[in-house]
Design a protein around this ligand. Structure first.
Ligand code: URA
Length: 213
């Protein structure tokens, strides 16, 4: 699926779709939601790293020497947009344990509704790293755009954006602002409501993950 020249990867694997359905259900407990988030993150990590480069190293099997491919996990940085992005981390790290972690904290200015940064910390040497930005919900696109604007200042080798759900409005805005950053999502929902929630959606991802409501 594409939006103009912008690449949108719809992750249609049945296991991802099944877990997403369970996460959407309003009666799902905090524990259940968090467990599913972990599981779906592992599966999505598999999809988002599909075209990662590998290098050949020499190893020795019990029978003989051979050249065999490995990925350099340490060159990958997962960039979590606080706070819901943290829900993706454990699952992603169980698949790419050597990855580095960056954090971006943003809040919405009540007057301008623009995204204001309150925290930004990346590993050093970003120019040799592939960044995967994590935020379960691509809603208005404001925080995603602001986070990627800021991340680009550190000059990573590549950037991908991973979410569970996207709204068509947010996807369009993000694609217009960052046509070079592909989006990986499990679903594109119908719309945004008047409060900026994705519908049908799954509610507030942060509250559901951390049990804050
Ligand atoms: N953030 C959320 O957690 N949920 C939405 O539906 C939109 C933004």
């Amino acid at each position: 699926m594409t939006a103009g020249a912008h690449r949108v990867h719809h992750l249609t694997h049945p296991l991802i779709q099944h877990k997403l359905t369970l996460m959407r259900e309003k009666e799902r407990s905090t524990y259940g939601f968090r467990t599913l988030m972990n599981e779906i993150a592992m599966l999505m990590a598999y999809e988002v790293t599909r075209d990662m480069t590998t290098t050949l190293i020499e190893i020795e099997t019990p029978l003989e020497k051979m050249m065999s491919p490995v990925i350099e996990g340490r060159k990958t940085v997962f960039v979590s947009i606080l706070r819901a992005g943290n829900g993706f981390l454990d699952g992603m790290l169980s698949v790419v344990p050597g990855a580095r972690i960056g954090h971006v904290g943003l809040y919405r200015d009540p007057k301008t509704l623009g995204a204001i940064e309150y925290y930004f910390k990346m590993p050093h040497g970003m120019h040799e790293r592939d960044a995967i930005v994590l935020d379960p919900m691509l809603a208005t696109g404001n925080s995603a755009i602001a986070a990627v604007d800021r991340l680009k200042e550190t000059g990573p080798k590549s950037i991908r954006f991973l979410c569970l759900l996207a709204a068509p409005e947010g996807l369009k805005r993000f694609g217009d602002a960052h046509p070079d950053v592909p989006v990986y999502t499990a679903a594109v929902d119908r719309a945004l409501d008047d409060h900026g929630y994705i519908v049908p959606g799954l509610g507030d991802a942060g509250d559901r993950l951390f049990g804050t409501k």
